[in-house]
Design a protein around this ligand. Structure first.
Ligand SMILES: Cc1ncc(COP(=O)(O)O)c(C=O)c1O
Length: 356
């Protein structure tokens, strides 16, 4: 079987198995099912009217709104073409150096490192995705940067705030840059913001995405928050007009729509609890997720490929984990979707249980 690199490509899986992909329920991409908010399309259409004019490459309004909403200075904000560009720009800071990745992790960190000729060191997570603090600390003298994914893709787990504070101090002492990918942070209830750490440290870079929370993967909206000199350096390195006028115009209203984010957080907490209540813990292992996806495995199988095939035949695509080092197919990743869709997944899992 040829596994696709990313989620959100159910047609690639189903064509291998010669299964009809139209109407397939896609649990492989982790996008907020409540979005995009109703106002967004109208605002996008309005912004398109300016398509004959170059956007201001400084994106002043988007920068102002991000800075205001995050409580940081405008000089600390860089608007990016999705979270992915933020990842690549962060890697640029240690071009030709060495970076530490905690595995399994989002694939783009290693691609960005390869792109900038960065040698990679790897430390595996402890069982159940407990952050390997001591193992990481031991490796810090060998590297120039540490990539952290929080909330963690693919497990949805969250490194405790106190651990991040210890890492911030440790990396500062060792002169190691700390890159924290917070692409899914807005799904978390009342999480302490890491932006407070900028008062003490300038070696931290936070990588943000509006893609997941606002359901806009096609727009490519993201931003990076960092120390003033790193941000200024990266602004010079970034391609001019990297962000198009429509995305730039939509960032301010997205940053201001706190109500949509609040509704999402409250819906998600209920939905995760409902899913947990439907899964027999003796049969299924579900990762301790705080965000809109989770890892799932049938305890009776090491490799979950038969489950993926079965679900595809039931019209459901989940994300394989063959390209997540350390998981290697021993779990699947499923998105939290609408109640009706989650019910369909749970029904299919019950059917699977009955067949085994
Ligand atoms: C952990 C993580 N960071 C960053 C990104 C990239 O986000 P964007 O689509 O905004 O580029 C993704 C997308 O899947 C992701 O999972």
């Amino acid at each position: 079987m040829k596994w696709p690199d990313h989620g959100g490509q159910p047609h690639k899986l189903s064509s291998d198995l010669q299964i009809e992909s139209s109407g397939m329920l896609d649990f492989s991409a982790n996008i907020n099912p409540l979005g995009p908010p109703g106002w967004l399309l109208k605002k996008a259409e309005e912004a398109l009217k300016n398509m004959s004019v170059y956007p201001d490459p400084e994106y002043p309004e988007a920068v102002r709104c991000v800075a205001e909403s995050e409580g940081v200075g405008k000089e600390q904000v860089l608007i990016t073409n999705g979270g992915a560009e933020a990842v690549y720009l962060a890697a640029r800071l240690v071009s030709g150096g060495r970076a530490l990745l905690i595995e399994p992790s989002f694939k783009e960190y290693s691609r960005a490192c390869s792109h900038y000729n960065i040698r990679m060191e790897h430390v595996p997570y402890r069982p159940d995705f407990v952050f390997p603090y001591e193992e990481t600390k031991k490796k810090l003298p060998e590297v120039d940067a540490l990539f952290i994914c929080r909330p963690h893709n693919p497990s949805g787990t969250v490194i405790p705030y106190e651990t991040i504070c210890r890492l911030a101090e440790e990396t500062a002492q060792q002169n190691v840059r700390l890159f924290i990918d917070e692409a899914f942070i807005d799904f978390l209830p009342a999480e302490k913001k890491l932006t407070g750490l900028f008062q003490k440290y300038s070696h931290i870079v936070l990588l943000r995405s509006l893609t997941k929370i606002f359901s806009v993967p096609g727009l490519r909206c993201g931003y990076l928050l960092g120390g003033k000199s790193d941000t200024a350096f990266l602004k010079k390195e970034q391609m001019a007009w990297s962000v198009n006028a429509v995305s730039a115009a939509l960032i301010p209203p997205m940053m201001q729509d706190e109500d949509f984010v609040r509704r999402t957080v409250s819906w998600l907490q209920q939905e995760i609890a409902w899913i947990e209540s439907r899964l027999d813990p003796d049969r299924w292992h579900m990762s301790r997720t705080y965000t809109n996806f989770y890892l799932l495995s049938d305890r009776r199988m090491e490799d979950q490929e038969p489950l993926i095939h079965f679900l595809l035949k039931e019209g459901i695509a989940v994300r394989h984990t063959y390209n997540f080092s350390g998981i290697d197919g021993k779990a699947v990743r499923a998105a939290v979707r609408s109640r009706r869709e989650n019910e369909q997944l749970m029904k299919a899992l019950k059917k699977w249980e009955g067949r085994q």
